[in-house]
Write a protein that binds this ligand. Structure first.
Ligand code: FES
Ligand SMILES: [Fe+2]
Length: 459
């Protein structure tokens, strides 16, 4: 007979706990390379990173490095970034960096050790003194080892498992729910990265639920309460604002990043809230949206009900974008409400989405050190064609000088969580069974890959 501890409901609605190994164990971190990262689809960059034939980026994950190249105008290929001769990393990548990027000069990769060379299709094109091998250097022995690659939403995804399921199948139901946002038409607005003294899951989970807002970002509570639903979406998860009586679920105006918030005058609150988010998050809205929200007091009479303010604001935003030549995607209220506020895409990606923008996070292990991670945050936005800003990855220390206030507030917890998880007095996580299911779901799915650490019911 199953005990209560064995029965975990599919939707994770029961109070559960899970152990700390995933965050602090060196053995666990070393096993992640083979058991997790070698078997999952993970986003390695944006299609816009490699616009020209020969452009490449590398994606560093645990002890692996993957070379992703535009091999032809419509073809992206990925290879293990290692020379088949004596194993030099083909494209040099600094340890603890967020990857190398460049263009394969003369459409060829050249190994700096003995000069073996490879074309964009991964075939060997030059071996010094090849005859010394007496004819044994076949194509199979000397080509670059291929990695599965595909695109969705303007992202490039890779999977090191040759027998993996398709990217689409892996991403469902997230891909189907998020398709209407057409992230593939968005381009980088900014991109920054840093290294934290915490596990990659600690850094990722700092952005997985609004349950932390009241304590970590108290200045934001004047605009609204941050109670939120949190849902299992297969391997992935999403959340959205809600009311404690769970009445708000299903309402685009109340659950998404575009909600009206609280306050007596919805016109004023919309404007102030949008301005504060723009200034202190630096993302999750756009200049066009902020400007349209600040005009509400002039465009609508005092006492306009919140849902009308909301409708008017979105209609103005749409019209403003149309005037700029940017088509606002068709997203119904129902689709907006189902998508909610933000997503976790298993294992290491966060997306906070809107019709014309997304704020994205990615966290990765720093080699196999359980106490360090590489953290990247970037915003993408819909721009009139040809007006996309030129951006580069910028390394930025985790201070308020380099990151906006709200993001820096999130950073302030990370190292302290990593230290606390190692306390002899810590009994295991107690995630909120309604508002933090995304976190619990991450650990349930991790446990499936890793073979340890499954959440269990609290008796
Ligand atoms: S290791 Fe690359 S050419 Fe020798
Ligand atoms: Fe936060």
């Amino acid at each position: 007979m199953n005990t209560k501890a064995d029965i975990i409901l599919e939707d994770l609605s029961e109070p559960l706990t899970f152990p700390v190994d995933a965050y602090v164990s060196r053995e666990y971190a070393e096993a992640e390379g083979g058991k997790l990262w070698a078997r999952v689809w993970q986003h390695a960059g944006r299609v816009e990173d490699i616009p020209e034939v020969g452009d490449y980026i590398t994606y560093e994950i645990a002890n692996d490095s993957i070379l992703i190249v535009r091999a032809a105008p419509d073809t992206i290929r990925a290879y293990h970034n290692v020379c088949p001769h004596r194993g030099r990393r083909l494209v040099s990548t600094p340890k603890g960096g967020n990857g190398a990027r460049g263009n394969a000069t003369k459409q060829s990769f050249f190994c700096g050790f003995h000069g073996w060379s490879f074309d964009l299709q991964g075939s060997n094109t030059h071996i010094l003194n090849k005859d010394d091998w007496k004819g044994t250097l076949t194509h199979e022995r000397t080509c670059l080892a291929e990695v599965k690659v595909d695109t969705w939403g303007g992202w490039i995804w890779v999977n090191m498992d040759p027998d993996c399921i398709s990217l689409r199948e892996y991403l469902e139901p997230a891909a189907g729910i998020l398709d209407p946002f057409r992230f593939e038409d968005m381009r980088y607005r900014f991109r920054q990265w840093t290294v934290f003294d915490c596990n990659w899951k600690v850094a990722l989970e700092a952005f997985m639920e609004p349950y932390h807002v009241a304590a970590t970002h108290p200045q934001l509570t004047k605009y609204g309460d941050f109670y939120a639903w949190s849902k299992v979406q297969g391997l992935h998860g999403n959340d959205g604002y809600d009311a404690p009586d769970h009445q708000d679920e299903g309402s685009a105006a109340k659950t998404t990043v575009h909600r009206t918030g609280k306050g007596a005058d919805a016109r004023i609150m919309m404007g102030e809230m949008q301005r504060e988010f723009w200034e202190t998050v630096g993302a999750s809205t756009t200049q066009v949206l902020v400007d349209a929200a600040l005009r509400l007091v002039d465009e609508l009479p005092e006492g306009t009900p919140a849902d009308e303010v909301h409708r008017h604001w979105l209609a103005s935003c749409k019209a403003d974008y149309a005037a700029m030549g940017v088509e606002w995607p068709q997203i119904s209220d129902e689709q907006m409400a189902t998508a909610g506020l933000a997503w976790h895409v298993f294992p290491n990606m966060g997306i906070l989405q809107g019709p014309t923008f997304a704020l994205c996070y990615r966290t990765r292990p720093y080699g196999t050190d359980p106490d360090k991670c590489i953290y990247e945050a970037y915003a993408i936005e819909r721009y009139p064609q040809g007006q996309e800003p030129k951006t580069e990855w910028t390394h930025a220390d985790a201070t308020e000088e380099h990151w906006r206030k709200v993001i820096a507030q999130d950073f302030s917890n990370m190292e302290m969580v990593q230290l606390g998880l190692k306390s002899r007095g810590f009994r295991g996580n107690l995630p909120n069974p309604y508002q933090e299911r995304k976190v619990t779901n991450l650990h349930r799915n991790l446990a499936q890959y890793m073979g340890i650490g499954a959440p269990r019911a609290l008796d």
